[in-house]
Design a binder for this molecule. Structure first.
Ligand code: SAM
Length: 225
């Protein structure tokens, strides 16, 4: 059975998609989507030998070798032109790692019309990357599983405008304000307040002052939303 987190990612894969799941580990997501009939073909990419072998084994075990190709490759290098991939999923990594994967082989995204990205932390850098590279947010999701809160960003090509607050909180998520959203940002605010208190008595260096201003601004942003 798929985790609640990966099931939420799966929901955003369009019917008939030719997908590439980058950092696929056991290839659970592509296996699920092929079985379900959502994806018509899938690439599972992995850069580490162990997880790559797990993916190969899983695809064989589920008798899906006709529909899923597993490749040992760094990020988007797993995608070949002849695959005609239209949907890319990258899940279970930090936002900065996801962005570095997207930036390393930009030409691999030429035929791609949808990106479904699930950062474990720092979704903000993905929104910044999207803004800078003409991708627009089609939808967003936030969910809690095993006391962790995950965000999912669904991107399609297009222009968007985002405020500073929207870059941090997500334009759709901050409108919906689901319980997981509120929980996440109250938690973050608590952390920032704790850091602020810990530097209260600290020396007045420019670095400390800058940190203090930054934290105060963040706390104000959370209070604003
Ligand atoms: N996507 C799965 C999920 O969400 O459950 C697995 C997440 S797992 C925590 C992250 C996986 O990404 C690891 O198997 C790791 O080897 C792989 N990975 C990290 N950097 C990668 C890269 N540049 N290219 C391909 N895979 C990568």
């Amino acid at each position: 059975k798929l985790s609640k987190r990966l099931e939420a990612v799966a929901k955003f894969v369009p019917t008939g998609a030719v997908m590439a799941d980058i950092g696929s580990d056991h290839a659970y997501l592509p296996c699920y989507l092929i079985h379900k009939g959502t994806a018509s073909y899938a690439i599972a990419g992995e850069v580490v030998k162990g997880p790559y072998e797990s993916a190969v084994g899983q695809v064989q075990k589920e008798s899906l070798t006709e529909k899923i190709t597993v490749r040992l490759a760094d990020g988007l290098a797993a995608i070949e032109e002849a695959d005609h991939v239209d949907t890319v999923t990258i899940a279970g990594m930090g936002g900065p790692l996801i962005v570095s994967i997207l930036e390393k082989h930009p030409e691999k995204l030429q035929g791609v019309t949808r990106l479904i990205l699930q950062p474990n932390i720092h979704a903000k850098v993905i929104r910044e990357w999207a803004l800078a590279h003409q991708w627009a947010i089609l939808d967003e999701e936030i969910l809690e599983e095993d006391d962790k809160i995950y965000e999912i960003l669904v991107l399609q090509r297009g222009q968007m405008e985002l405020s500073t607050a929207e870059i941090l909180f997500g334009p759709k998520l901050s409108l919906r304000k689901s319980p997981a959203f509120t929980k996440k940002w109250l938690r973050e605010k608590d952390n920032w307040q704790r850091v602020l208190q810990s530097i209260e008595g600290a020396e007045q260096t420019p670095e400390i002052e800058e940190k203090r201003a930054e934290l105060t601004a963040l706390i104000r942003l959370v209070e604003g939303v």
